[in-house]
Design a protein around this ligand. Structure first.
Ligand code: DMJ
Length: 928
């Protein structure tokens, strides 16, 4: 999401229509408040701000440079394997891949970032590359939503700044609207998606063949997400107004009109998913995060950009409903559209982090400060915002794909309040990115914020949005070569000029509807908010709102949201939880006695306690689920920056209880480790690498232990398997007593294992750290280089993915198959079965259903996530921290561009593997 730059109410805005005052709704706050701030957090010096701005520039160079060097013209960089992600050449990740259209996505998404970051020369080069290399006519099925916000938006943002630069007279003098022509071409390619009776677009389209034709391979979908259908108006209207071709704005307006018609009339809320033919709500839950977020954003911004009152009326009506039902400060919780008093979830998703920024644009600062502060507390606990977290701030879904929403809200809150606190927040974001996400070849998404493990993924929005907001946060007006306040940010942070509001207005005139007399006008803010009211002569305003929330995450024990708030306000002791109950504790016995007797709240507690006791005992009967572990490569040139997700073992040293194990790696002989090692001298004192298969995991462990190894890493022999697509795998013992195994054992899927094997080939001496959680790079060794001075590792890109040992001994007799469970007891199966299952095509939906999975509820019952306990004083303690302390096929139609030249197709297995975690699947579907 994002907001308008805008001007103060009093600023002369000759090129803008009267409705531009609404752009100033936020703008007034932004401009004025920044200058009135005099107290609160320590102000940050200009030097410090410049230093941080320079750090952002260096980080951008690292991300963009590695993309251009190792991935371009592919859509995205895979920062762990240091190569481009090309659709059809990597295992499918499901809907996430629908953003990839073989159109050099990251380059296009980065265009206007280059100008914001003052890299005008690089922008000029990048535009030339787009014009020379990018083909928009590929036979590939893409998401209409993603293509609109990232590619159409990227081209329009690039065009907007290209004409600005041209006008300035130094750069882009040759430019003749070529990006706009490409944008128009793309716009026409997207139009067939709107061929529905409702006017809501199909979710996907084939760039070459459109929709429905047999060659298109798409057009049978019936549902789309609300944000998918409702996040088009800015780009489509800009395209119409830039070109004079009215059709784009008309189509986007029609889709918005339909969504508005379909709002639930009594709650004024919209659901997450809608049937594009009937208009029925398919998912009737409603929030401000995944699946809906940018629909609301675009209503308000459409008003800002286009000056059409109907958009503001709609936004305000929805906003009123959001604040009434969904906002439970500091939380934002999904509800049912028909029963809006009923929460639909007990967790929040990371996408809602944009909402405080939107609230700033609306001028509603207090709840923005509250929610932002709550999110910041979650980030402080986990370094990043997990994709989903519960109302008691436990991790619900541990991934973090370097999303920019929180940085965006931080920027807008700083502009609105001028409180230097938000600069400190930005500084923390920069530090965490460098410390935990930076890898030699870019920045890698976090696979698990708890372990610090990485995913081979750097989404284009990281360059489009994150660096813009972070840079702008620290920049003064003179650091930017144009006036940012003359532009509005799209949801992908692309810049569209506000002067479009007065250009080619015929479309809007023709389409404005007049049905809005039914609405209560008193709900609408037509005037510019005054910072004297927002911050009534009290510069400590933001701080005073934040202060009570300071410990909301650290001090909260898992419990119901209403009670969280209640006890938070009253300072009362939290209710006793079943898992904390100790029969020997007199205080607990006293509380127990009271339950059901004294008050309705006690009765409620009593019931909850009983329920929890039942759940707890059934949970304890379940098989032990261990959390993932981490293998961190600490030797040159990795220096701890690459963290691989590893499966745990149910035997050997428990890394969550003991100090981590660190050592150089050595391959065992025989590589399968199934008999006494013939190279004990090579593995003595080292961490032995062993191939999966042919005997029990425990047997392998004993053999390497006997040879003197201090730990073991079992590497999957199913070529192409990856923790990106497979569920967590844990190694079980042999059904006998395994107490004799003292060394730690971890499991790596083939892709992660090959990163280590490649490193051995390249650098010979490779040192790793086996632990429950990645360790801070700074404390790994005195040898550490400053985290922001990184050399990329170009050599890695051409390395083969399989080891020589694999080649000779790859008699994989085991696979992650329908029979495999999270806990594999036996490390043996017939090779016949293996070869059958090692092909994705052989995995029928039924097969994949049987694949080991971790459901969201299982995830949350993961021992690592239920670490908060209540001590005798009723204070919450965090076992997480204690533990941490203890252990610290599509054709390529552009002949000029070689898409696959740098790519080794390592992952042929597991393609199209269904996501196995139901919540994961749901979120991915709503993934924006
Ligand atoms: C971006 O592509 C856009 O901001 C979108 O609206 C939401 N999700 C991503 C970033 O997380």
């Amino acid at each position: 999401m994002s907001g308008a730059g805008g001007r103060g109410c009093g600023s002369p805005v000759p090129q803008r229509a009267p409705w531009s005052l609404v752009a100033a709704t936020a703008a007034f706050c932004l401009v004025s408040a920044t200058s009135v701030w005099t107290a609160g957090a320590e102000p940050m010096s200009r030097e410090e701000k410049q230093k941080l701005g320079n750090q952002v520039l260096e980080m951008f160079d690292h991300a963009y440079g590695n993309y251009m060097e190792h991935a371009y013209p592919a859509d995205e960089l895979m920062p762990l394997t240091c190569r481009g992600r090309v659709r059809g050449q990597e295992p499918s990740r499901g809907d996430v891949d629908d953003a990839l259209g073989k159109f050099s996505l990251t380059l296009i998404d980065s265009l206007d970032t280059l100008v914001v970051l003052n890299k005008t020369k690089e922008f000029e080069d990048a535009v030339r590359k787009v014009l020379r290399d990018v083909n928009l006519d590929n036979d590939v099925v893409v998401s209409v939503f993603e293509t609109n916000i990232r590619v159409l938006g990227g081209l329009l943002g690039g065009h907007s700044l290209a004409i600005m630069l041209k006008e300035k007279g130094e750069y882009m003098q040759w430019y003749n609207d070529e990006l706009l022509q490409m944008a128009k071409q793309l716009g026409y390619k997207l139009l067939p998606a709107f061929n529905t009776t409702s006017g809501l677009p199909y979710p996907r389209i084939n760039l070459k063949f459109g929709i429905r034709k047999p060659e298109a391979r798409t057009g049978t979908e019936t549902d789309t997400c609300t944000a998918c259908a409702g996040t088009l108006i800015l780009e489509f209207a800009a395209l119409s107004r830039f070109t004079g071709a009215t059709i784009f704005e008309e189509y986007a307006r029609k889709a918005l009109d339909f969504l508005w018609e379909k709002r639930q009339r009594s709650s004024n809320l919209v659901g997450v998913t809608i049937n594009i033919h009937t208009g029925d709500w398919v998912r009737k839950d409603s929030g401000v995060g995944a699946g809906i977020d940018s629909y609301y954003e675009y209503l308000l911004k459409a008003y800002v950009l286009l000056g059409d009152d109907s958009f503001l009326e709609r936004f305000n009506t929805h906003y009123d409903a959001i604040m009434r039902y969904i906002s439970q400060p500091p939380l934002l919780l999904d509800v049912h559209i028909h029963k809006p008093m009923l929460n639909a979830r007990t967790w929040m998703d990371a996408l809602l982090a944009f909402f405080p920024g939107l609230q700033v644009l609306k001028g509603d600062i207090r709840p923005a400060i509250e929610t932002h502060e709550m999110l910041y507390q979650v980030i402080k606990k986990h370094n990043f915002l997990p994709e989903a977290f519960t109302t008691d701030f436990r991790v619900h879904w541990a991934q973090h794909p370097l999303r920019p929403e929180f940085a965006e809200s931080t920027y807008f809150l700083y502009k609105a309040t001028g409180d230097p606190y938000y600069l400190e927040v930005g500084k923390t974001l920069i530090e965490n990115l460098n410390k935990y996400a930076r890898v030699p070849c870019g920045f890698a998404a976090m696979k698990d914020v708890r372990t610090g493990s990485h995913e081979d993924r750097m989404d284009s929005f990281f360059l489009a949005e994150m660096f813009k907001y972070l840079y702008l946060l620290f920049a003064d007006k003179e650091d930017i070569i144009f006036d940012i306040e003359d532009y509005i940010f799209t949801t992908e942070a692309h810049l569209l000029p506000l002067w479009l509001s007065t250009t080619n207005q015929s479309i809007s005139k023709k389409n404005i509807t007049s049905e809005y007399t039914e609405l209560d006008d008193s709900n609408f803010d037509w005037t510019c908010p005054n910072t004297q009211i927002l911050f009534p002569n009290d510069p400590l305003y933001a701080q005073s709102i934040r202060e009570p929330l300071k410990n909301v995450v650290d001090k909260s024990c898992p419990r119901g949201i209403i009670r969280v708030e209640e006890s938070f306000r009253s300072g009362a002791k939290p209710p006793l939880r079943a898992r904390d109950f100790m029969a020997t504790n007199p205080e607990h016995l006293e509380i127990l006695k009271k339950m059901g007797a004294a008050s309705s709240i006690d009765a409620e507690d009593g019931l909850r306690f009983m329920q929890e006791m039942i759940e707890l005992s059934s949970q304890q009967q379940k098989e032990q689920q261990l959390p993932p572990r981490a293998v961190q490569i600490v030797s040159h040139p990795f220096f701890g920056r690459v963290v691989l997700t590893a499966g745990p073992a149910q035997f050997g040293l428990d890394l969550s209880k003991h100090k981590e194990t660190r050592g150089f790696v050595a391959s065992s002989k025989p590589y399968n480790g199934c008999s006494e090692l013939t190279n004990p001298e090579a593995v003595m004192g080292k961490i032995a690498l062993i191939q999966r298969g042919q005997c029990m995991f425990a047997e392998k462990a004993r053999n390497i232990q006997n040879a003197g190894a201090i730990g073991g890493i079992v590497i999957d022999d199913n070529e192409g398997s990856s923790s990106d697509t497979a569920p967590l795998f844990q190694m079980a013992g042999d059904g006998k007593d395994t107490d004799d195994i003292k060394i730690p054992m971890l499991f790596l899927f083939s892709k992660e294992g090959s990163i280590i094997l490649d490193a051995i080939r390249e650098y010979e001496e490779v040192e790793v750290l086996l632990s429950d959680k990645a360790k801070d790079r700074a404390i790994l060794k005195g040898k550490m280089i400053p985290s922001y001075i990184i050399n990329s590792n170009p050599e890695m890109e051409n390395e083969e993915q399989s080891s020589p040992e694999n080649d000779s001994q790859n008699q994989s007799d085991e696979q992650v198959s329908s029979s495999s469970q999270e806990v594999d007891l036996v490390d043996q199966e017939s090779s016949e079965e293996s070869s059958l299952n090692s092909h994705p095509e052989s995995l029928s939906p039924a097969d994949t259903d049987n694949v080991a999975s971790i459901s969201p509820s299982e995830q949350t019952s993961d021992p690592t996530e239920n670490h908060e306990t209540t001590n005798l004083n009723g204070e919450c303690t965090d076992l997480d921290n204690q533990l941490q302390e203890q252990s610290e096929t599509e054709e390529d139609s552009n002949p000029n561009v070689s898409w696959g030249k740098k790519v080794q197709p390592i992952d042929s297995i597991l393609a199209d593997w269904n996501e196995d975690i139901e919540a994961f699947e749901m979120m991915e579907k709503d993934e924006l």
